[in-house]
Design a protein around this ligand. Sequence first.
Ligand code: NAD
Length: 350
Amino acid sequence: MSVFSSPSFDEHEDVAFHYDGETGLKAIISLHSTVMGPALGGCRMWAYDDDAAALTDVLRLSRGMTFKNALADLPWGGGKSVIIGNAKTDKTPAMMREMGRFVDSFGGRYIVAEDVGTTPEDMAEIAKTTRNVRGVKSVGFDPSPGTAYGVFKGLEAAVGEALGASDLKGVRVAVQGLGHVGYDLARRLHAAGAVLTVTDIDAAALARAERELGATVVGLDAIYDADVDVYAPCALGATLNDDTIPRLKASIVAGAANNQLAETRHGDRLADRGILYAPDYVLNAGGVIHIYHEGPDFDRDATFAHIGRIGGTMRDIFRRAKDDGIPPHIAADRLAKDKLAAAKAGQRKA
Ligand code: NAD
């Protein structure tokens, strides 16, 4: 396994491996870029098939965080960490504290937060051995309402772009997944006059949406065929794929779920079908923006004002896509790269 010849290696600044025999910790931290500031990104714990798969994941995810944080107007670069192991059976508090020591060895250049396989409780354990951690249980913040607000603002921008509508009255939206983010988004959409079609595996959430939001409930698979203007994936990743894209009746995809495109080429397929895609990592950045603002001086209004700027960023992306004749998922990456290049040039001058 080689780092530098990995297809996912893209001028990452630092990639470090750590093994601790006592706790069994096997971890990798990848700092893709610290041009904008310390690299912030979650710690994923996953039973990878092999070390190469873990490396590929951490390289890919840390690069994504650079772009996400840059477009969210955060003074943070992009990083990520992975722990190789089964989060249900292998994890111990001692392992998390050792992970904290590993994080701390970067001297503040890497800031860790939760991700798939780790929890706010784990972050509290990590906080015992490093200060460079966010999203700690005792702080008591839930970023989901912030995420939902950002998705709402970005969805509004997409509706303006694709349908020329200045508000959401009568706009038909299919929400897939009524969890922490999806339900809050549905509530906001309903309040703005949108008409909802929803699905979930949780019958109680569906009954509540029917009762409180007048939503029409459809089956798990039927959501892709719903006769709507917007498809809002808020449950699983990779729902935009060869099977689903030809079925969509929506002219917009805008939702909270991470990694919605099964493969990058599916962004092109959406564009071929004339479906406007609001890139997921831009739309769902409300959570990370919320995490940035958390702390004893938390100011909810300032935080939500910052998150609200996702609407403007989304409009910039759609404009860039039009100007360059490219799909929005490529335009978003280009905008982020331009921001990084400008910051780098500024640093060279200083
Ligand atoms: P959640 O677990 O609270 O909600 C997910 C919902 O999807 C649940 O209600 C679940 O029952 C439902 N679901 C599961 N399988 C389904 C299926 N096959 N079809 C339809 N519904 C299904 O998660 P969340 O925090 O609301 O996050 C939703 C998505 O947004 C995830 O992809 C997450 O990675 C992403 N995201 C969340 C945040 C945040 O702040 N919570 C931030 C950024 C991205």
